[in-house]
Design a binder for this molecule. Structure first.
Ligand code: HSE
Length: 430
């Protein structure tokens, strides 16, 4: 027998209109497949008269949140407003009112997931957020269900479409940062204020959620090291390509002996690495497990329909839980447990470009200064040997961050080193 469930949407922007389209255009299929008839009972919008991406049945739009949060006909609230507030407050109110919540909001979940999941458990309702990480790519549920028996060793990948689009365009079209940012904004990928994307905050929020699920522990957002792509230049990208690498903004969570490391930063990846060919607005996440080996999840990490698809998956799961009496049994606790290790203790390899005084002996000086700090070099190439300066392109062995910082400080003090032009972590080769 088909069961009816009323849902309320908070927001009808990009993701909200995707959810609405899927529910209305594919409703019959969803009913046949899941045995539930999902009916939208109300949609909170800022301005009912605004132009929309979808045609919405008259009478559903409201500017009054109470029509959703206090509506007894609504059992599932879908939060797709984005941003921290009022989204967090509405989610809390919906949970307190005994409603299940499905959200795409990575900022709210990364910052307030612990309290909100606790509240959902108390209220015996669900809080689902598949769409908050990597848009349409199923990741959180596979990690919690299909990989429930797995000992996850690492999750890493590309989880921000805007920066991946920008780095791809810089690489393929030789454009500089400001030009590609303007293009990304014209195409509607980057936000009007693109800071959260380019400074890595969006990726850091997604990584905090992903790592919390993968390692079944609480990874606080302020423990995620985050460095964006603002300082990546066309010269870095061309230099990387010459050496056989591409530059990507990576989100990495890895289990090590002392705890877990969680970091977002640009990195050089060898051209043959599976993530190196993930271009444009696409996302990809690799999961490394003790038994399963390495898996790769690839697809659209943002956008109306892909993200809408993930939200609708949550709505169906929530409806099934509702009718089977299984609400309020979240598989994730986000309980503190495994410590996040400080960045200084994280070990990785580095690419380093120096501008030096072109005199005999300078290579020896640079090698010695690095070695004194415990940084051993794997390769050292000389470029542009001129009258006043030369470039040295260095790749290091694996080294702890604190040792590398020591080497940087020593190089910056050395008179024969004009400038440390750039340094970028090097991943994907051990
Ligand atoms: N601004 C985000 C991105 C949207 O570019 O990936 C999806 O979270």
């Amino acid at each position: 027998m088909v069961k009816k469930v009323g849902i309320g949407l908070l927001g009808l922007g990009t993701v909200g209109s995707g959810v609405y389209r899927i529910l209305t255009e594919r409703g019959k299929t969803l009913t046949q497949r899941a045995g539930v008839d999902v009916e939208v009972k109300g949609i909170l919008v800022r301005n009912p008269a605004a132009g929309r991406r979808v045609t919405v049945e008259g009478g559903l739009l409201t500017t009054d949140p109470e029509r959703i949060l206090n509506n007894p006909d609504i059992s599932i609230v879908v939060e797709v407003l984005g941003g921290e507030e009022p989204a967090r407050t509405y989610i809390e109110r919906a949970l307190r009112a005994g409603k299940t919540v499905a959200t795409a909001n990575k900022e709210v979940i990364a910052k307030h997931g612990v309290e909100l999941l606790g509240l959902a458990r108390e209220q015996k309702v669900d809080l689902l957020f598949e769409a908050s990480v990597a848009g349409g790519i199923p990741l959180l549920r596979p990690l919690q269900e299909s990989l429930a028996g797995e000992d996850v060793e690492a999750v890493y990948g590309i989880v921000n479409g805007t920066t991946n689009y920008m780095l791809t365009a810089m690489d393929k079209e030789g454009l500089d940062f400001a030009e590609v940012l303007a293009a990304a904004q014209r195409k509607g990928y980057a936000e009007a204020d693109p800071t959260a994307d380019i400074a890595g905050h969006d990726a850091a929020r997604k990584l905090a959620i992903l790592a919390s699920i993968a390692f079944n522990t609480q990874v606080p957002i302020d423990k995620v090291y985050c460095s964006g792509i603002e300082e990546i230049t066309a010269a870095d990208i061309a230099g990387a390509r010459e050496l056989g690498y591409v530059i990507k903004l990576l989100a990495i969570a890895r289990r090590v002996e002392e705890g877990i490391e969680v970091r977002v930063h640009p990195a050089l990846l060898p051209q043959g690495h599976p993530l190196s060919t993930v271009d444009g607005v696409y996302n990809a996440v690799m999961v490394q497990g003790w038994a399963v080996g390495t898996l790769m999840f690839y697809g659209a990490g943002a956008g109306q329909m892909p993200t809408g698809s993930a939200v609708v998956g949550d709505i169906i799961a929530a409806a099934k839980n509702l009718f089977s009496g299984l609400r309020g049994q979240p598989r994730v606790g986000f309980a503190p447990g495994v410590p996040v290790i400080p960045l200084e203790e994280v070990e990785t390899r580095y690419y380093l470009r120096l501008r030096v005084v072109p005199e005999p002996g300078v290579l020896g000086v640079v090698t010695r200064l690095c070695s004194q700090e415990g940084v051993e070099l794997v390769s050292l190439d000389i470029k542009n040997w001129g009258q006043d300066s030369a470039n040295l392109i260095i790749r290091t062995q694996r080294v702890k961050e604190k040792a590398f910082r020591g080497a940087l400080a020593a190089l910056r003090k050395e008179a024969r080193v004009h400038e440390v032009e750039s340094y970028i972590r090097l991943e994907g080769e051990d």
